[in-house]
Design a protein around this ligand. Sequence first.
Ligand SMILES: [Zn+2]
Length: 429
Amino acid sequence: MKTAQGVTVVENGQIVDGTGAAALPRGAVLIEDGRIKYVGPSAGLPLVPAQTQRIDARGGTILPGLVEAHFHPTYFNVAELQDLDIKYPVEYVTLLASVNARLALDCGYTSARSGGSLFNIDVWLKKAIDKDLVPGPRLASSGREICGAAGLMDWNPDFRKIGMEGLVLLVNGPDEARAAVRTLVKDGIEWVKTYPTGDAAAPDVNDHHTLCMTFEEMHAVVATAHNHGLKVTGHCRATAGIKNALRAGYDAIEHGTFMDDEALELLLARDVPVVPALYFELASMERGPEFGMSQRVVDGHRETLEGGAESARRILSAGGRLGMGGDYGFAWNPHGDYARELTFFVNYVGFSPLDTLKCATKTGAEIMGLGKEVGTLEVGKLADILVVDGDVVRDISMLERRERFIAVLQGGVIKAGQLAARFAAQPVG
Ligand SMILES: [Zn+2]
């Protein structure tokens, strides 16, 4: 991704640097050739050349670009499981994914980590974004997910004879788990996404207390992935599944819903980050029934919500790391609503706005492996910055209102917000 050339100053706003530190009033950020050269009080701003580009934050907030840590670029208004894989052909889903990527950037998300995608779309979407062919967040890819046969993601009945091609690699035993990871290595992915447990959303027996992979399968996944330099994460609801993942050497946990003391200890021992993706549960409870969700599933989401909120609070107060991501792309939780997760964590889970913002910036970047490049406003980092006309510490829901975004910068280039010159289509060479 190209960075800006020349000098830009972002000024006249409070600085929220993403570290969890209190906001600094009357701050400024100096950007030179796409990287942060100074961040601090306006009064201390070094002298800048006459032709410096100036961005006026209008008394609002200057913060790091947000990181969506559980992004499904290929999900689009999913109302039932089949919509995940057989609703549209892969050609159309690829186009939809690029629309979702652009939308995420418009929403202030300058980075995103895929939580799994149809076929290998996110790998190629990432390449297109990196080459500036399409606008979107800096992406970490996952490609197809791995699940035990007959587990949560193996829902197509055998009589249909279509398997789960495109969405999930189904495995029976450690040998097949190793083979699945090797397939993904060749695909060029970065994060192996697995399904150690089921989910309240399951239409069948694979609910949130069910295990969908054995420890041996998970261990084989980790050993193979780490050998090839890939990281491993997994959809973990049930307590035993969380512990299996942590003991197998997982690098992150998605959801981490039902953590007991032992699971928390295992988590903290290796400082493994968790992405709860919790607002999805409330959205499912509130809006699921309009899409035919059964009472049993709604009740399961309620149990998941309460368990997940309690676990998130325990992880934060014990000093653990959490990323903000939301499983967006369902009919009741559509793309574009990403920042609702942040509002939800403040209003429902009880996190402070500054802790929530740290999770959504610094920790998200660390999870992606980009902690040295983005995620905080610090000298030397890439200028991925969100400039908002409003006080997001006082009212975090301001981040849901794109019309209040003055500028969304990636590497110092204004990509979205009021100041963006709309992205003109580039001819593909
Ligand atoms: Zn997901």
